[in-house]
Design a binder for this molecule. Structure first.
Ligand SMILES: COC(=O)COc1cccc(COC(=O)c2cn[nH]c2)c1
Length: 241
């Protein structure tokens, strides 16, 4: 029932926001519990060293395996998915978030420097699923920001977290398309009108208009999403739009 999140990082203070806002309410409801752990508590030297030079040479430093091995043994419930944010990962998508939201919890490993010794992910796969995932095609200084992003995407999908469950269902990407424009009062604002159909009360026309806007925006901004749609996702009416 309670979704358990654990994060291992050398910058625990960076993940303090995990207790705020939406996640905070969810935590207050007992839907989510979060643990943030300083990786350095599992180092074995007086300098609490977490990195070392890369085998084979090359720039930068690599995170040593041993602190990760001890930390994951201490923190990761058996069988729990280990998520490693990395620019070299498979794409993190709404579908991935939805899948993870059905599981009992997640453990996140925040890489820094040039990354974590690959044997950590390889060894961790012996104890449960491991997902090396990317939140986008750019390089961050570490995994902590990506963890904030993924935790927010997953926890808002947990039952009871977002007030209006329907608003989650009709998110962008939920049906494979981008969400179209939204409007609220006033009907005229600084010379800009709300599209009249939205004030018409004709709910069938409104639904058609919204679908057409969603398709137009997707074709304009994310044509890649249109090629990936399952067969039949686009109706004849869609194609005519
Ligand atoms: C095995 O995995 C690792 O070693 C991960 O290591 C690193 C190293 C540097 C930065 C990061 C953080 O992730 C991203 O930059 C990222 C994720 N998505 N898009 C950009 C992670």
């Amino acid at each position: 029932m309670t979704f358990r999140i654990d994060v291992l990082t050398i910058f625990p203070e960076y993940l303090a926001p995990l207790g705020q806002s939406l996640l905070g309410k969810a935590a207050a409801k007992g839907l989510v519990s979060v643990g943030v752990h300083d990786l350095r508590q599992w180092t074995d030297d007086v300098h609490r060293t977490v990195d070392d030079s890369p085998y084979g040479g090359g720039p930068g430093m690599v995170m040593r395996p041993e602190p990760w091995g001890r930390g994951l043994e201490a923190v990761r419930p058996p069988g729990t998915r280990l998520v490693v944010p990395t620019p070299a990962g498979r794409p993190f998508t709404q579908a991935v978030a939805a899948q993870w939201a059905t599981e009992p919890g997640l453990v996140f490993a925040c890489g820094r420097y040039e990354g974590i010794d690959q044997r950590v992910a390889d060894w961790a796969a012996e104890g449960g699923p491991v997902s090396e995932v990317s939140i986008g095609d750019y390089v961050l200084a570490g995994g902590e920001s990506a963890v904030l992003v993924m935790v927010e995407a997953v926890t808002r999908l947990l039952p009871g977290v977002v007030g209006n469950a329907e608003s989650v269902e009709f998110d962008s990407h939920a049906d494979g398309l981008l969400e179209g424009p939204s409007y609220t009062r006033p009907a005229t604002w600084r010379g800009h009108e709300v599209p009249p159909v939205l004030l018409s009360g004709d709910h069938a026309a409104i639904a058609r208009w919204r679908r057409a806007q969603s398709l137009r925006r997707t074709a304009d901004r994310r044509p890649d999403l249109l090629t990936g749609l399952p067969d039949g996702a686009l109706t004849a009416a869609d194609r005519a739009a």
